[in-house]
Design a protein around this ligand. Structure first.
Ligand SMILES: [Zn+2]
Length: 437
């Protein structure tokens, strides 16, 4: 700081007398008892004005109780850079353009005086401040960057409040039904990321019990804080509880209800898949740990954010699977290729399975085996032939497009549909009503 934010005068350095005791400088009470000179002189009005505004920014920062938002500004800052057209479609910061605009904004004189002129290469402080968070940037430099991007530090704070308010005020509830602290507000951090395609915010909440979930925002109502969009990891507590329920002889269905998930998830974890799945989750966990220093500092990785892509893709995949299952026209089998083509992401689904654990997990809940698909066709055919009574087996088989050699489960479904038809049709069919009269 070079000037007083309250009075606007340049700060002074005492020249004499300097009485130093135990490393402390004693300052005489009266102004006429010591001599001093201003630490900066002959400033032009423009630089003076800038110094004063920077001093106010610093004063504001010093008065803040919680400075987290300042030191974690990286992620927000990336959104702003993007809004200002300083990020390429490939999520790289246009460093040269940023540097040019930054230097023009402050002017060389001021930047040199503050020792904040960025060097003209890839290793300038400006480049590291907008790249990964492995390098520490001096708070004054960060402050200058924020002022350039937002106009002032207070404007930055206003924006960050808005950004955080997308998911309500923290702490946020843990939505792990297996935990004693279920729905209690104990998660302190909400990581907000943006979908690169839609720009929609995604909030991720990670509880100390190992449970983490994400949901798309912004929240529409106060109740949304209990909306658990997508579970990213269950954690050891949840898994232990699952094992306990199953060992105690509880059915998959009641276990699912107790744990707040669908039956498929329980089956998946109970069937030897557990090792495979926890393995997947552990890998993601490890990745998180490696990334932690950067996330702590609020950095948005400039490369492809696979975690985020996985999450976005999982929503798309789920929506498309549901559409396909609910479609009233002739059934189409749910396969990776079908879904991939429908959302136009087939090659990603095929090539990057390993990087998309959540999407793959969701997809596997919907994928149909041959006989599952045949059963769905039988049901569809029976529905189509509703009102035709009696329902002939050969007609149903033909309508469902079944070839001989289908499994006993499919056979069972055919019988079920026929007996159901026999049971209800006499009451609804006009033909029979007439006959009864
Ligand atoms: Zn928890």
């Amino acid at each position: 700081m070079k000037v007083c934010p309250t009075h606007g005068y340049a700060l002074q350095r005492i020249t004499s007398p300097m009485s130093e005791r135990h490393g402390l400088t004693a300052l005489p009470i009266s102004r006429d008892k010591f001599e001093s000179i201003p630490i900066i002189m002959n400033l032009n009005e423009r630089v003076k004005g800038q110094l004063l505004r920077i001093a106010s920014d610093i004063q504001l920062l010093i008065q803040m109780q919680d400075t987290q938002v300042f030191y974690n500004s990286r992620r927000l800052l990336m959104h702003r850079l993007s809004d200002m057209g300083l990020v390429t479609p490939g999520a790289r910061v246009r460093q040269r353009k940023l540097q040019e605009q930054f230097v023009t904004f402050y002017g060389r004189e001021l930047l040199n005086m503050l020792e904040c002129a960025p060097q003209q290469n890839d290793h300038s402080w400006l480049a590291s401040a907008t790249r990964s968070m492995r390098n520490v940037v001096h708070p004054l430099r960060l402050m200058l960057l924020l002022r350039y991007l937002y106009g002032s530090f207070s404007e930055f704070l206003k924006r960050s409040d808005q950004e955080l308010a997308l998911f309500g005020k923290g702490p946020w509830p843990c939505l792990n039904k297996a935990a004693g602290h279920y729905r209690e507000d104990i998660i302190k951090e909400c990581k907000v990321t943006r979908c690169s395609d839609t720009g929609q915010p995604v909030g991720t909440f990670h509880c100390a019990c190992g449970f983490s979930y994400s949901r798309r925002g912004p929240d529409q109502s106060e109740d949304d804080r209990f909306r658990r969009g997508r579970i990213k990891s269950f954690g050891s507590l949840w898994e232990a509880r699952l094992k306990g329920y199953l060992q105690a002889g509880l059915s998959y269905r009641s276990t699912a209800i107790n744990l707040g998930v669908d039956t498929n998830t329980v089956i998946k974890y109970a069937d030897g898949n557990t090792t495979r799945h926890t393995c997947c989750l552990k890998v993601t966990g490890k990745k998180n740990k490696v990334k932690k220093p950067s996330t702590l500092n609020g950095c948005k990785p400039v490369r492809v954010d696979w975690e985020l892509r996985d999450l976005e893709l999982s929503w798309q995949v789920e929506e498309t699977c549901k559409e396909l299952m609910n479609d009233q026209s002739r059934p189409v089998r749910v396969r990776v290729a079908t879904i991939g083509k429908r959302i136009g992401k087939l090659s990603v689904l095929e090539k990057h399975k390993d990087r998309l654990p959540i999407t793959m997990n969701i997809l596997s809940n919907y994928l149909e085996s041959v006989s599952q698909f045949q059963i769905r066709r039988v049901r569809w055919a029976a529905k189509q032939m509703n009102g035709k009574w009696p329902l002939k087996k050969w007609k149903l088989v033909k309508k469902a497009g079944l070839r001989p050699g289908y499994s006993p489960e499919v056979e069972d479904e055919i019988s079920r549909c026929i007996s159901y038809n026999t049971l209800i049709s006499p009451l609804t069919s006009t033909e029979v009503t007439q006959w009864l009269h």
